[in-house]
Design a protein around this ligand. Structure first.
Ligand SMILES: Cc1cc2nc3c(=O)[nH]c(=O)nc-3n(C[C@H](O)[C@H](O)[C@H](O)COP(=O)(O)OP(=O)(O)OC[C@H]3O[C@@H](n4cnc5c(N)ncnc54)[C@H](O)[C@@H]3O)c2cc1C
Length: 352
């Protein structure tokens, strides 16, 4: 039997980048799969939900905490194997994501470079199909190994079984909380060119006088761009307590996109046509046109001074303040443009 320590009333704020929220009724640190299984048995015997906690960088936890057994994923380990001109990298759920990206870049394996600097752990990357600067994990992910908390057994998913969509997956949308992801396998391309699909990255690389950038150079550009927006977590940064983007970019019908541009009186509104005919809008742009400005504060919460899409918690903030402020931002966008913003972070213990 695996030794397992179950702690009670463990404050969760310090486990989350927002730094707000109450305690976990029960809390287990799991350094290996056996402990995750044991924690599930323990929670099931008490009819408590098991909640998977990674780096806490996409979570808003209620001030009252959660009546659950929270399992902090500490599983480590990276293995690789060569497969027909590609390399398959399998990383345990508790591996820090950016360390994996750095490793892939250093080895010359293309596929993750634009996802540099995203906080959190490997196990969370399939949950919302983590993406940035023209790349998403769904493009390289080939397999997920997970504990099915309903059936109590370990299962595997191929990429096409994960239901990936923009910032979404079956794990987030269809069956939230059912699977605890234990490891993820990505298929990377040794020696391939980096992905430079995003105009901002292209411009940044070009501004450094680089014509055919290496993976390292693209990673450096992405990190520099992210830093300029407080989208990497750095001590001393006044915007560091956030979940990154608080809302996903809004995807609307083409006619609605035209209507929004007309209301704003800006024909050159940023917009990205999607393959299904719909149009992705910049939610940061919508928020600013709805009357909010970067750095605007309401008591202990506000928008990041460097990005209108990030809600920042300051000293004394509570989860309720964050949620109320986010609702006000979304309501202002809905009133002005008739567009509904969807929160990107997951809420524990209360509803968005
Ligand atoms: C400054 C900043 C910048 C960011 N930039 C980006 C970005 O560019 N692109 C992007 O996509 N995201 C971004 N994010 C959001 C966040 O970093 C990612 O979503 C990340 O993948 C969350 O990882 P985590 O380990 O912190 O997950 P957590 O916050 O711990 O958990 C988030 C959700 O995933 C679930 N979960 C976590 N681990 C597991 C697991 N092993 N099994 C099952 N469920 C699990 C949790 O239960 C919860 O529902 C940013 C966040 C911050 C703070």
């Amino acid at each position: 039997m695996v030794a397992m320590t179950v702690r009670e009333h463990v404050p969760l704020a310090e486990h989350c980048t927002l730094g707000v929220g109450g305690p976990a009724r029960f809390f287990v640190e799991a350094p290996d799969e056996a402990t995750v299984l044991r924690a599930l048995e323990w929670a099931s015997a008490r009819r408590l939900p098991l909640l998977a906690l990674g780096g806490g960088s996409n979570l808003v936890i209620a001030d009252g905490g959660v009546e659950a057994c929270v399992v902090k994923l500490g599983l480590r380990g990276v293995t690789t194997r060569d497969v027909a001109g590609a390399v398959e990298v399998t990383a345990a759920a508790g591996e820090p994501w950016d360390q994996l990206v750095a490793l892939a870049v250093a080895r010359g394996w293309a596929g993750l470079e634009c996802l540099s600097g995203i906080p959190g752990l490997v196990g969370a990357t399939p949950i919302q199909n983590v993406g940035a600067y023209g790349q998403e994990v769904s493009e390289t992910l080939v397999a997920v190994r997970a504990l099915d908390t309903t059936a109590g057994r370990i299962v595997g998913f191929a990429a096409d079984e994960c239901g990936f969509a923009y910032r979404d997956s079956r794990f987030k949308r269809d069956e939230p909380g059912r699977y605890v992801i234990l490891s993820v396998t990505y298929r990377l391309a040794p020696g391939a060119a980096p992905c430079v699909r995003y105009a901002e990255v292209e411009r940044h690389v070009a501004s450094r006088g680089v014509r055919a950038p290496s993976l390292e150079q693209v990673r450096a550009s992405v990190l520099a761009i992210r830093r300029s927006k407080s989208m990497v977590i750095e001590s001393g940064d006044e915007n560091r307590r956030s979940c990154g983007s608080f809302f996903t970019n809004a995807v609307v019908d083409a006619a609605d996109a035209e209507r929004v541009a007309r209301i704003a009186g800006e024909a050159d509104m940023p917009r990205w046509p999607q393959s299904d005919g719909r149009v992705k809008l910049s939610s940061a742009w919508l928020i600013e046109r709805a009357g909010f400005r970067r750095g605007q504060r309401e008591g202990p919460v506000g928008l990041s001074t460097r990005h209108a899409l990030a809600v920042v918690a300051h000293d004394g903030a509570r989860a309720a303040d964050v949620a109320t402020f986010a609702r006000r931002v979304a309501a202002a966008v809905a009133t002005r443009f008739g567009v509904r913003l969807t929160p990107e972070p997951v809420y524990w213990g209360f509803d968005a």
